[in-house]
Design a binder for this molecule. Structure first.
Ligand SMILES: Nc1ncnc2c1ncn2[C@@H]1O[C@H](COP(=O)(O)OP(=O)(O)OP(=O)(O)O)[C@@H](O)[C@H]1O
Ligand SMILES: [Mg+2]
Length: 191
């Protein structure tokens, strides 16, 4: 049983298909198995409820991110570990939320555009290329890369477990979680 859990928002930003949702699912499973209390705010899910009706214009994207940030803040101050997976392309808003929430780990989920487009998990790059959808990040909308992320996952070079373990290492280093006693967890990034 976890004795006393500290809240933190783990904010995964990156292009569509970079791996944000995949890494969050891995972390969710792992942390829950160690009895941490977790909440997940995923961009796709949020846009079906909390942000229903918002578009992908700059204003609406920022509105979406601020709403997610507001909920993440409430949860974090109640000692929940919050996993956020949302493209969040604009630097200034991410930095605003970091300052607001405080207990905030920015994770840059980094895969080159060509790799994301090759993966095309949802078929959206194909649609964006032929103009069926517009304002698509990386194609006809800007993505501002994090200048100083707390963690960077290079998902074209790492396994899902390696990417997730980088984040677990950071959580442990900052005292948000206890060592999870997994062999791969201890070997990774300390060698
Ligand atoms: N190290 C890795 N971490 C995460 N995903 C990886 C990694 N290596 C390969 N992948 C693959 O990359 C894809 C990432 O898709 P995913 O839906 O997680 O992206 P996303 O960033 O959530 O995109 P979106 O913004 O559209 O929701 C998956 O098919 C996943 O299996
Ligand atoms: Mg996703």
């Amino acid at each position: 049983m976890v004795e006393k859990q500290r809240g933190v928002t783990i904010w995964l930003t990156g292009l569509s298909g970079a791996g944000k949702t995949t890494i969050c699912q891995f972390l969710d499973t792992k942390l829950r198995s160690h009895e941490y209390q977790i909440e997940v705010l995923d961009g796709d899910v949020v846009r079906q409820n909390l942000s229903k009706g918002l578009t992908f214009s700059k204003e609406d994207r920022n509105e979406n991110i601020r709403r997610i940030g507001f909920v993440a803040h409430l949860l974090t101050r109640n000692n929940i570990i919050v996993l956020v997976s949302v493209i969040s392309p604009y630097r200034v808003i991410r930095e605003e939320l970091k300052a607001q929430i405080g207990d905030f780990i920015e994770v840059y989920v980094n895969a080159p555009l060509e790799v994301c487009e090759q993966r095309d998990v949802k078929g959206l790059y194909k649609k964006a290329r032929v103009g069926e959808i517009t304002n698509f990040t990386g194609i006809d909308n800007l993505y501002e890369i994090p200048l100083n992320p707390d963690v960077e996952c290079k998902t074209d070079q790492e396994s899902i477990a390696e990417s997730a373990n980088k984040i677990l290492n950071k959580l442990e280093e900052l005292g948000y979680i206890n060592p999870l006693l997994l062999p791969q967890f201890h070997n990774y990034s300390r060698i």
